[in-house]
Design a protein around this ligand. Structure first.
Ligand code: AGP
Length: 610
């Protein structure tokens, strides 16, 4: 996703802008650029490619100036090239703009402006906004931006400067995150906390429909209609070390190995072992609604949607409450039926996924109570939902979500436990059993990680696979989907997850000696027996069987070509352990294939455009 950094203060802007863009590289981008204002002149340098190329281009150039804007672009309108890279300017080069989001009515505006003589240099929607501001500029850049934004439809996070007004930057947001960093005689605009955390921990989150005039002395925050907004200064807690790789070759591997700690953090202070219960502070104001809830609708995308599917099993089994899980992108364009007593749970690591945000807004309009389960504090979904629970997994930099997934599932487990105990559906004994097992879980995750050397060997055997199937049943069926997503999104091997029983309805036609089939076959019980017969079906067709099983399993080992063992745990907690070998298998295969594990092609960490 695009990254925005703006600086105004006393220091040279260029190194601050470049460093800020580097801190946001993980978001995925295809071009980068900066603009620096000095003595009424604006210097713009931009490249199609990575920040390293931008730095190379800047070598030797002295971009003096202590006011500037920087941007990394993930193309939405117009191909990824130098021309379409931001910053963009108006005809005269007096106005400079950087933009995240999509201006939906850019084309009609462009036609009108072209008719009145504006010359466009790029194919982007963003450049149109720069020309619209120019058209409306009458000596006050703040007013011109205000007027221009009142004419656009769509989403934006923008930062704007005018060479005749060097003492100010203008920020505005609608649907694309922006944060203001407050320093000493210097201030920042950014789309991501990571870009400012080197300089300040004091931030203001802009809300949708708000603008800010940012000078080196301070910030004036208003709504688009100029009505004042009282600034709420918040503190950033995570530090750069958490953002850095910590000695691992990739953020993804670091985050896989962080899971004992991230799970501990997700659970911390939320268990009542004696009472066999859990408590979620963020939902304290909604106890009445939770007690009366008739249905949950879980909204999410990708991995978060997979976590939601596990949430369905958890809440229906532990609390006996109906749950439906929806792809947010589908929900928002349907005519969803929201009856009284409906609560939506919007699950999003970034808290900025536009489809999930839009679906949540749609549900709110239709009368649902909207709760969020997010990782990024202060993210839009977290702030726009009426309440919710932070998963506290810490910054997740790798595009492929790992620790956020297990923490999402942990929080959903805490919610299901809370609801089940509140409704008397879970006995004290069962509740105490679950709370104790949750306390033990991080240690068991560590055990899986400690015994993961064989996974690299396994990865070497299947590094050249063209396809893979992931199968399971019950609460681990979503883990099959997640394992397949991990493999396909970072190694580019085609992989699909299915309920194991679906085999005979089609996928079994794919089985041959070249098809690795990963089964999650943990914990005994009726489903376990059924999975064994599915394994036999694959074996009979010469499929290669890789099975995730409980330590000491004596049955599956007889059928499988490869075994990945996890410690025994309560069956409803097994997804958190079962997914880890699959995360590692995908990671090692992707590394062996020379893929860009942390920034896979075509993907972004947070999809804030449709
Ligand atoms: C997961 O590995 C992917 N990066 C992607 O599917 C991701 O889960 C999805 O885009 C949702 O992101 P969110 O959790 O930030 O909303």
């Amino acid at each position: 996703m695009c990254g925005i950094i703006g600086y105004i203060g006393k220091r040279e802007a260029t190194p601050i802008l470049i460093n800020g863009l580097k801190r946001m590289e993980y978001r995925g981008y295809d071009s980068a650029g900066i603009a620096v204002l000095h003595n009424g002149n604006i210097n713009i340098t931009k490249v199609s490619g990575k920040i390293a190329q931008l730095t190379e281009r800047l070598n030797g150039l002295t971009l003096n100036g202590s006011v500037g804007l920087g941007h990394t672009r993930w193309a939405t309108h117009g191909e990824p090239n130098e021309t379409n890279a931001h910053p963009h300017t108006d005809c005269s080069g007096s106005i400079v703009l950087i933009h995240n989001g999509i201006i939906e009515n850019y084309y009609t505006i462009r036609v009108k402006l072209a008719a009145s003589g504006h010359i466009f240099r790029t194919q982007t929607d963003s450049e149109v906004l720069a020309h619209l501001i120019e058209e409306l500029y009458e000596g006050d850049i703040e007013q011109a931006v205000r007027s221009a934004l009142s004419k656009v439809k769509g989403t934006y996070g923008i930062a704007v400067m005018h060479h005749d007004e060097p003492e100010k930057l203008i920020a505005a947001r609608m649907g694309s995150p922006l944060v203001l960093g407050l320093g000493a005689a210097e201030n920042f605009i950014a789309s991501d906390l990571a870009a400012v955390v080197d300089h300040t921990r004091n931030v203001i989150y802009l809300n949708d429909g708000e603008m800010a005039v940012v000078t080196s002395d301070g910030v004036i925050q208003t709504k688009l209609d100029k009505s004042p907004v009282s600034a709420k200064v918040e503190q950033i807690f995570f530090n750069i070390a958490e953002i850095e790789k910590g000695g691992y070759p990739h953020f993804m591997l670091k985050e896989i190995h962080e899971q004992p700690n991230s799970l501990t953090d997700s659970i911390r202070g939320r268990l009542l072992p004696e009472a066999g219960a859990s408590k979620l502070g963020g939902l304290a104001n909604f106890e009445e609604q939770l007690a009366a809830v008739k249905r949950f609708i879980i909204l999410g995308c990708g991995t978060s949607w997979h976590a939601g599917l596990i949430g369905e099993y958890l809440i229906e089994e532990l609390a006996g409450i109906p749950v439906e899980v929806e792809y947010a992108s589908e929900f928002r364009y349907r005519e969803p039926i929201i009856e009284p007593g409906t609560i939506t749970l919007s699950i999003s690591q970034s808290g900025e996924t536009i489809d999930t945000l839009a679906a949540m807004r749609e549900a709110k309009v239709r009368g649902a109570l909207t709760l969020g389960i997010c990782n990024v504090v202060g993210s839009t979904i977290a702030r726009e939902s009426e309440g919710g629970v932070y998963i506290h997994a810490g910054p997740e930099i790798g595009v492929a979500s790992t620790k956020a997934f297990t923490s999402q599932v942990a929080v959903l487990t805490l919610l299901a436990l809370h609801l089940g105990r509140q409704r008397g559906r879970i006995s004290l004994d069962r509740g105490q059993e679950l709370t104790q097992e949750l306390i033990n879980l991080p240690k068991k995750v560590q055990q899986v990680l400690d015994n993961s050397d064989r996974i690299l060997e396994l990865a070497k055997k299947y590094v050249d696979s063209k396809n893979a199937l992931y199968l399971s049943r019950g609460i681990n069926y979503p883990v099959a989907l997640e394992g397949a997503l991990k493999l396909k999104e970072i190694s580019y091997i085609h992989a699909e997850g299915y309920p194991a029983a679906e085999m005979k309805h089609g996928p079994i036609a794919l089985i041959d000696e070249n098809m690795p089939v990963v089964f999650i076959a943990v914990n005994g019980g009726a489903i376990y027996e059924k999975v064994i017969s599915n394994i036999e079906e694959v074996r009979a067709r010469k499929g290669v069987i890789i099975a995730v099983v409980n330590e000491g399993d004596q049955v599956i080992t007889r059928y499988a070509d490869h075994i990945l063992e996890i410690p025994l745990t309560d069956h409803i907690l097994s997804p958190i352990l079962a997914v880890i070998p699959l995360q590692l298998l995908a990671y090692h295969i992707a590394v062996l294939r020379g893929c860009n594990v942390d920034q896979p092609r075509n993907l972004a960490k947070s999809v804030t455009v449709e």
